[in-house]
Design a protein around this ligand. Structure first.
Ligand code: SD4
Length: 342
């Protein structure tokens, strides 16, 4: 039996030792899988495709790839949950949340940003060209303009009409989460006409640099001023270059309650593989949520290029692109079937 002295010694040794079963040093025996990019939902395949044009170059930089990848989705007016063409808030205004983290674990973000097509690019500038990490609303817009981003109208005719229809049915409504948005959430079920949501992207470039981004127009018809998990460090995104990266999509209020992406990275630090780490975050969301219809999905990319995903409910997909197997969509395992799913 260890006496108190040996116990203290053991504790000190285990505190000093890396908590990871996997470690960058150990993985040098089996070379890291890179470059690799993963992103959320089925539109992730198009985003990965764009990111890959940068990642396939030996010196392609991870955040250039990610900015290009998520930028494709931000600019697509047919996607109603990100950037131009996103559903507006309850007052009919499109407001955007985004963040990025780089290979040094540096973070930049914008929230409640209006009229700027590429909020993730602005978030990157906040990280690189300001002394701050998170800028919101008018201040974020002012910063974007100073950086040369041109304001433009992001509300498409189609989303304007959808908002008017919603407003007619809900003349006094300020959405009361989560029920008011369950309908919007359910449109994300796999195979549905609206099978897309927040774009979160994680990548490892050929040089082994790890990064991530998350960009969204948030939940449909949200209360003006509402900020979701996506721009919040540790909730929508977390990158620890020594361990791995994670991002989240789904009901932001539930994700931020548990700092979901941070949970994923810490679970990897303590030895869980990427999928098991995402499952841990999904379980925490489910345990702490007030509704039994909350969806949240997590992606993880470990620093050696191993990826995983997990959803609270069925219907969440991970798009993954690597050299060995190309670009493909993988259904994430889940804790419970979505309502109406077989
Ligand atoms: C938010 N997490 O604003 C985002 C939206 C989303 O599935 O991903 N919905 O809460």
């Amino acid at each position: 039996m260890p006496n108190r002295r040996t116990f203290l010694k053991l504790s000190a040794a285990s505190a000093a030792a890396p908590l990871l079963n996997w470690s960058p040093a150990a993985s040098s025996a089996s070379p890291a899988r890179r470059p690799v990019v993963v992103s959320t939902w089925n539109f992730g395949e198009a985003a990965n495709e764009a990111a890959w044009t940068v990642l396939q170059q030996d010196d392609g930089y991870v955040l250039d790839a990610i900015e290009k990848g998520v930028g494709r989705i931000e600019a697509d007016p047919e996607i109603h949950t990100v950037g131009r063409g996103g559903r507006p808030d309850a007052s009919g205004t499109v407001t955007l949340d985004a963040c990025v983290m780089d290979e040094h674990g540096r973070y930049g973000a914008v929230a409640a940003l209006e009229r700027i097509l590429h909020p993730a690019a602005v978030a990157r500038r906040v990280k690189d060209d300001s002394p701050h990490s998170l800028l919101v609303a008018d201040g974020a817009l002012r910063f974007a303009r100073a950086q040369g981003f041109e304001p433009q109208d992001l509300l498409t005719d189609e989303m304007d009409a959808a908002w008017r229809e919603w407003k007619e049915k809900n003349p006094d409504a300020v959405p009361d989460p989560p029920e008011a948005n369950v309908e919007a959430q359910d449109t994300t079920s796999r195979g549905g006409a609206e099978n897309h949501d927040t774009i979160g992207m994680l990548a490892l470039d050929a040089q082994g640099r790890l990064g991530g981004a998350c960009t969204t127009s948030g939940t449909a018809w949200k209360q003006p001023g509402r900020v979701g998990d996506s721009p919040l460090v540790g909730s929508g995104l977390f990158v620890d270059p020594d361990v791995g990266a994670a991002c989240a999509t789904g009901w932001g209020e539930a994700i931020m309650r548990v700092a979901g992406s941070h949970v994923v990275v810490e679970a990897m630090r303590h030895g869980k593989d990427p999928e098991a780490a995402c499952r841990e975050a999904a379980e925490r969301v489910q345990k702490r949520s007030d509704s039994d219809n909350v969806q949240a999905g997590f992606l993880a990319l470990r620093a050696d290029g191993q990826a995983g995903a997990y959803g609270v409910r069925s219907g969440f997909d991970m798009a993954i692109y690597d050299e060995a197997e190309g670009n493909r969509l993988v259904s994430a395992p889940y804790l419970v079937p979505s309502a109406g799913a077989e």
